[in-house]
Design a protein around this ligand. Structure first.
Ligand code: SF4
Length: 370
């Protein structure tokens, strides 16, 4: 293969190098250029792309890997109909159902996180969203307890927020980062969810940013979207300046509309991660739900493809490989868990700039999605 597409007459290898060097030098790639990269088919060319994404990760993130874990704070019976999600009440799945979590399991998760060098623990709830009232009071109590516990950074992924007052309450309780995935492109979103809109998600993010809360936002790939949709998702995440970008890979859940969805090939997944790194050079690109089942023996290659963060421990409705195995993988690769991530390395200066979670481990690893 000699050309990525008809817009340039340059061999793919040289074109990837040109764009990679531009990002290393602090520049940006456009949406069309990102689509060029996403359309690369040849495995040798994809390996070139991964090598450049690895260089970009090393330049902007060093050898630090940000680790996150989640606590399923309220499971099942969600009113929304996200087609990948085991926790939607619209589908018959094996997902457990229970009400809002007590303080003890959260404290246990914080201790486990500390023992494993995990930077953040996210409180994740399967419901439409959070409004003012007794439930918000209880959520704020849990966040305050997590903050006082101090063993890990308290994060949360609690669905849609429809007023500034709610976001401000979360900030006052001590929340520093909120997970709210855009899930997919603006074009593709209505094909996997009709109970709320892409715009609703953007509004939630704006309330959170106004409150001074860091944003963890990414999506799920492998739902039947086009390559261009994945690029458009990454461009939206660049526009909202998300701090952490979880990339979930669909793990089809029996009983959901996507139960028979054809899985993405591992090389296509790795290429997508690399394109995200080109678009979001300074952000934490976090590999979340679906990595074990979709990448199998190729999991360690996510770092070569540009990932700088990993969700460890079990997902919301599916299992992950043991944390010890993930830590061994990082050690073997010469990578260090980032014990103290405060996002300071995302500030531009000598480089360019470029964004974590809500619910996708989805159950399809609807993990950090809510
Ligand atoms: S992804 Fe989140 S909002 Fe959508 S159905 Fe699942 S728990 Fe509800």
């Amino acid at each position: 293969m000699t050309l990525a597409d008809s817009t340039t007459k340059m061999p793919v290898r040289e074109r990837v190098a040109e764009l990679g060097q531009r990002v290393l030098d602090g520049g940006e790639i456009s949406r069309d250029e990102a689509v060029e990269l996403a359309r690369i088919e040849d495995n040798a060319d994809i390996m070139d792309l991964l090598a450049w994404a690895n260089r970009i990760r090393e330049q902007f993130k060093g050898n630090k890997i940000h680790l996150c874990s989640i606590v399923n704070a309220k499971a099942g019976a969600c009113s929304e109909n996200c087609s990948f999600c085991a926790q939607s009440a619209a589908y018959q799945t094996e997902s457990p159902r229970y009400g809002f979590v007590d303080p003890e399991p959260v404290a246990e998760a914080m201790s486990e996180a500390k023992d494993n060098g995990v930077t953040a623990v996210g409180l994740v709830a399967a419901w439409r969203g959070l409004k003012e009232g007794p439930m918000l009071d209880e959520v704020c109590d849990r966040i305050r307890e997590m903050k006082e516990n101090g063993k890990s950074r308290p994060d949360a992924s609690l669905g849609l927020i429809e007023s500034q007052a709610v976001a401000d309450r979360l900030k006052d309780a001590g929340l520093s980062c909120y997970g709210h995935n855009l899930e997919s492109s603006r074009r593709f979103f209505p094909e996997h969810c009709t109970t709320h809109t892409f715009e609703d998600r953007l509004k939630t993010i704006q309330f959170l940013k106004n409150a001074g809360i860091k944003i963890c936002s990414g999506g799920i790939i492998g739902m039947g979207e086009k390559r261009e949709d994945r690029v458009d998702l990454a461009m939206e995440l660049r526009a909202i300046d998300a701090n952490v970008v979880p990339v979930n890979i669909l793990n089809p859940i029996p009983g959901t509309p996507l139960e028979n969805q054809e899985p993405l090939p591992p090389m296509e997944i790795l290429k997508t991660i690399a394109v995200f790194r080109f678009i979001l050079p300074r952000k934490e690109i976090m590999i979340a739900g679906g990595r074990t089942v979709n990448l199998r023996d190729m999991q360690s290659m996510v770092f070569t493809a540009g990932a700088s963060a990993l969700m460890v421990g079990n997902y919301l409705t599916t299992l992950n490989q043991p944390v010890e195995k993930d830590l061994q993988m990082l050690s073997d690769l010469g990578l260090d868990p980032d014990w103290d991530n405060d996002f300071a390395d995302q500030v531009s200066g000598g480089g360019d700039c470029g964004s974590r979670c809500d619910c996708d481990d989805q159950p399809a690893e609807a993990a950090v999605t809510a």
